[in-house]
Design a binder for this molecule. Structure first.
Ligand SMILES: O=C(O)C(=O)[C@H](O)CO
Ligand SMILES: [Mg+2]
Length: 270
């Protein structure tokens, strides 16, 4: 049974950010993810995780000026110092939450521009090495250009090549099934092939990005396939509820008891 993580940036928006942890645990989730924790203190986030017996599955490194349209700094030549400062600022959050993987967003830029490519490659190498020393994986996620026009990392084959070429043991792929389907399709065969380099998975229905199990893909088949493949990581529920979050959790009901299957202290499957 997949280990689902509620995405607290998109789900449970009926609650204030910190109260979303309580609401997600109450709904049966054992893990959470979100885009950015940086408006809150590391201690405040850690306290909510602890109080609710939740595991922090993932969050993103600082993305630059999000409000001004920036979507990461890694591929932006001339912003390396800022990127490094962002990584250092994220470390106290990683330590407080115990998260084992962080997502680095590439930012906007052309993959055909050599300077942009080199900036991205260098930023990924530097960050992966910095996180390796702390036992944390770095994940990179191809994102489709309809949702994020101009995003540099918009191709699974490119991400795979980079990960395989760099041979950094803690550099992995964030396989967002929604983006994969929009970009290329062939979700199941790609999962089978790429699983050895996958560090995190996310799910939403295609094309609406609402609750899974109701549109283009047979999500239940994919969940079963993840079990068949022995995937033991998290599946982030990165979807925008169609209406109220709790009203849309019918798809999750068969999985909501999963918290009893994991040891709260070790995370081991019981
Ligand atoms: O957009 C996505 O799919 C993500 O996972 C990013 O972290 C945020 O945009
Ligand atoms: Mg995603």
């Amino acid at each position: 049974m997949p280990r689902f993580a509620a995405n607290l940036t998109m789900m449970f928006n009926e609650w204030s950010f910190l109260d979303r942890f309580d609401a997600a645990a109450e709904a049966g989730f054992t893990a959470v993810e979100f885009l950015f924790p940086y408006e809150h203190t590391p201690d405040a986030i850690a306290e909510r995780l602890m109080r609710n017996g939740l595991t922090q599955a993932l969050f993103n490194l600082p993305p630059g000026n999000w409000g001004a349209g920036e979507r990461g700094l890694a591929a932006l030549p001339g912003r390396f110092d800022e990127l490094k400062a962002g990584v250092m600022a994220a470390l106290p959050y990683a330590e407080a939450t115990g998260v084992k993987r962080l997502h680095i967003m590439s930012g906007l830029g052309s993959r055909d521009d050599q300077g942009v490519f080199e900036a991205y490659r260098n930023a990924v190498i530097w960050t992966a090495e910095k996180l390796a020393a702390r036992g944390i994986d770095l994940v990179i996620e191809p994102i489709n250009g309809r949702d994020m026009p101009g995003y540099f990392l918009n191709d699974f084959a490119f991400a795979e090549r980079l990960i395989r070429d760099l041979e950094l043991p803690n550099l992995k792929l964030q396989f967002d099934i929604y983006h994969r389907q929009v970009l290329h399709g062939d979700v199941t065969v790609a999962l089978r092939r790429l699983l050895p380099i996958v560090g995190h998975i996310q799910i939403a229905s295609v094309p609406s990005r609402h609750e899974p199990t109701c549109e283009e893909l047979n999500d239940r088949f994919i969940f079963a396939e993840l079990d068949r493949l022995g995937y033991d990581g998290f599946v982030g529920c990165e979807y925008r509820p169609r209406a109220k979050t709790l009203d849309g959790l019918g798809w999750f009901a068969p999985f909501a008891g999963e918290r009893d299957r994991f040891s709260k202290t070790t995370g081991a499957i019981l």
